[in-house]
Design a protein around this ligand. Structure first.
Ligand SMILES: [Zn+2]
Length: 202
């Protein structure tokens, strides 16, 4: 690998560490939850299994090929690698994937209820947030179901993973992070609106 590409990968790995901290500080994940990746040419950089998004160092970033071959010797990628790779295969323009366990959105994912874009701003920023059917975390079935939803909802970039969490896709990590952040905000608005309507006996 040439030096320029090596430097490019190092730059993206540093950005994963920075965005990981923002995700953690924002309360979108806790402890070892969540994982993020970015695509650089034919390489994918993804957080290592068991890493804490709020405390990432360069050691926690694993390089894999688009075929899933681990290029960083001795490191183990997130167990959700298959899902990340399917996103990049399905969405050729995607350059970043953020997966969180933000609590209000997860609650909707557990109940199996979609988060609605209740305000004009939410409609513009996110649109609806389709729910991907539950499959075990890390399974090929979940990766396949994710690819199908990405195909079906071509203009959507934020999804709920059944009983699990949030998946946000972007042209870069900051964009994917902002989408994951907006999903949690919108989930809260959905919850408050439902609570108020219910409390008012509507
Ligand atoms: Zn997860």
């Amino acid at each position: 690998m040439n030096g320029a590409l090596r430097a490019e990968l190092a730059k993206h790995a540093e950005q994963i560490c920075k965005v990981g901290k923002r995700i953690y500080d924002r309360g979108l994940v806790s402890a070892f939850g969540g994982n993020i990746s970015t695509r650089v040419g034919d390489a994918v950089l993804i957080t290592a299994t068991g890493s804490i998004l709020g405390e990432l160092t360069m050691q926690d970033i694993v390089e894999v090929s688009m075929d899933g071959e681990i290029m960083s010797k001795g490191k183990k990628p997130s167990s959700e690698l298959l899902m990340h790779l399917e996103v990049y295969r399905t969405r050729k323009d995607a350059r970043a994937v953020v997966h969180t366990h933000s609590p209000v959105a997860v609650s909707y994912a557990v109940v199996g209820k979609e988060i609605e874009p209740l305000t004009p701003e939410a409609k513009m920023a996110l649109g609806s947030v389709p729910l991907i059917k539950y499959y075990p975390s890390g399974s090929q079935e979940l990766a396949n179901a994710t690819a199908q939803s990405l195909e079906k909802y071509k203009d959507r970039n934020s999804f709920l993973l059944g009983k699990h969490g949030v998946l946000a896709v972007g042209e870069d990590l900051v964009e994917a992070f902002h989408r994951a952040e907006l999903v949690e905000e919108l989930a809260k608005v959905n919850f408050y609106v439902e609570t108020l309507n219910h409390g008012l006996g509507r």
